[in-house]
Write a protein that binds this ligand. Structure first.
Ligand SMILES: Cc1cc2nc3c(=O)[nH]c(=O)nc-3n(C[C@H](O)[C@H](O)[C@H](O)COP(=O)(O)OP(=O)(O)OC[C@H]3O[C@@H](n4cnc5c(N)ncnc54)[C@H](O)[C@@H]3O)c2cc1C
Length: 439
């Protein structure tokens, strides 16, 4: 019925401590119900595992049962503007299959490894083009879940309040085994780059955010530089495909963030020749910028953390962040050794813990190879972010404390907590990470 794959001795090789007593790979949907109903054989907490690439301990273990969704890897149906797939499907596999049919998701992440279970229930903000569509979970129109009591349930966006909570549920309200996602006809994306000093960025901020397109920033606090990558849907796509590929290779190599790099110092600012060329416009399809991380997350040798901040305050915030990075380096001789990135997020209330629930926002994502000093930097960065009204995630923000979470989510956290208590009174799905943070 289910295959036992491992008995974990303790912290796993990624360094994310978990220690489950048992790890299972259910083969059928009914197996999930059986596991959830049988507390003696399958101890609590039961924690669903997607692709296992989160930066925080949101999967967990705690002497319980890890339920690996990897065998649920089938794309079931592509019909009209919807695709139905199992929760263990990797978003990269889905996106490539859709592209072969001339379709795409309304949002495409840069990382291919993410599971659809995480797409549906975790925080995955992406550079956005419109209100209501700034997190991957907003692409989800329906999901099938097994409740903590082992009952099957289907929820669709005809029940927006329930969907809003489920889209932020991290496996705490049920195990998702199937999702329906919205798709659209594939559209080429024109990408332009502009580089600014902090002062120039502040002065031009209103035209930067008001011009059309999705925005991804590369931030260089020690070089006083911000590169703005603007992605515009290019319905007319005049550039020939061979031209696209030539430029794309150069851009991917030199301009987009470098993953898996073991650079010891600051990543170089993209070469001017490349930026000048790119500034004239690169055209590519969204699925072409996806990249595969190594099979084990820790081998990526790259780690990051993420908070979001109100768009209205962003230039001031960025200037304070530059000052924070300089002061931190002066005092502790530590600075992040990979480029900091940022995404602009339109207002999106489709998930309870959305990073842009209160209005348009920008993320700040410091990155590092995880060298000595990084963990301490994050503790201070979290304080910096929380004091300035930042909003964290439970899967991509490291070293979170309960105070950060209650300050950022307030009443929404209370609502989630009371719903969770009612739907899972025996704490079948909750582990110490969430009980510590959510109370
Ligand atoms: C080096 C690196 C770089 C990255 N860069 C980016 C990036 O640029 N952009 C980006 O968007 N992401 C990026 N990510 C991925 C990001 O960290 C995601 O948080 C993560 O990958 C989530 O997907 P997952 O399938 O690995 O989820 P997991 O870590 O396996 O799970 C995440 C949460 O979802 C829950 N869950 C999973 N499946 C189910 C299910 N079936 N039912 C209910 N709950 C479920 C889990 O219990 C857990 O709480 C990066 C990751 C790494 C390691």
């Amino acid at each position: 019925m289910v295959s036992k794959v491992d008995r974990s001795p303790g912290a796993d090789s990624s360094g994310v401590f978990r220690r489950p007593r048992i790890i299972l790979r259910p083969k059928k949907v009914e197996d999930i119900s059986t596991i959830l109903q049988n507390i003696k054989s399958y101890p609590s907490p039961v924690r669903p595992l997607g692709a296992d690439y989160s930066q925080a301990r949101c999967v967990g273990g705690d002497g319980g049962t890890t339920l690996d969704t990897q065998p649920f890897n089938k794309i079931l149906e592509i019909e009209g503007n919807l695709v139905r797939a199992q929760s263990g499907v990797r978003v990269g596999d889905l996106v490539r299959t859709l592209a072969e049919r001339g379709l795409e998701l309304p949002l495409t992440p840069e990382i291919a490894n993410i599971s659809l279970g995480a797409v549906a229930t975790a925080s995955l903000p992406q550079p956005s083009l419109q209100d209501g569509l700034a997190q991957m979970s907003s692409c989800v129109a329906a999901m099938k879940i097994i409740t903590p009591q082992g009952k099957a349930m289907t929820v669709t966006d005809r029940e927006p309040d329930l969907m809003r909570v489920l889209r932020s549920s991290y496996g705490l309200l049920g195990v998702v085994h199937e999702v329906v996602l919205k798709v659209r006809d594939i559209v080429p994306v024109k990408i332009d780059y502009q580089s600014f000093s902090l002062k120039e960025f502040g002065a031009r901020f209103s035209s930067i955010v008001n011009a059309p397109g999705a925005l991804r920033l590369q931030i260089f606090p020690f070089n006083d530089r911000i590169t703005v990558e603007r992605r515009i849907l290019d319905v007319e796509a005049s550039t020939s495909r061979s031209g696209i590929w030539q430029i794309r290779n150069s851009v991917l190599k030199n301009v987009l963030p470098v993953f898996g790099s073991s650079v010891g110092g600051m990543l170089a600012v993209p070469a001017h020749a490349t930026l000048n060329r790119a500034a004239r416009g690169v055209v590519m399809y969204a699925h072409e910028w996806m990249r595969e991380l190594p099979r084990e997350a820790w081998k990526a040798r790259f780690t990051y953390s993420l908070w979001s901040f109100a768009q209205t305050e962003f230039p001031r915030l960025l200037s304070e962040y530059f000052a924070f990075c300089h002061a931190y380096h002066k005092q502790h001789r530590y600075r992040c050794n990979i480029v900091h990135t940022s995404s602009r997020l339109h207002r999106d209330r489709n998930s309870l813990f959305s990073l842009s629930y209160d209005g348009p926002a920008f993320t700040i994502e410091p990155s590092s190879v995880g060298d000595k000093g990084w963990d301490d930097f994050l503790i201070d960065f979290n304080e910096f972010a929380s004091q300035r009204g930042g909003v964290p995630t439970f899967n991509q923000t490291r070293a979170l404390q309960p105070g950060h979470v209650s300050k950022a989510f307030g009443e929404r956290l209370k609502l989630f907590r009371s719903l969770r208590k009612r739907t899972d009174p025996l704490n079948r799905l909750q582990h110490s990470y969430f009980s510590h943070l959510m109370g």
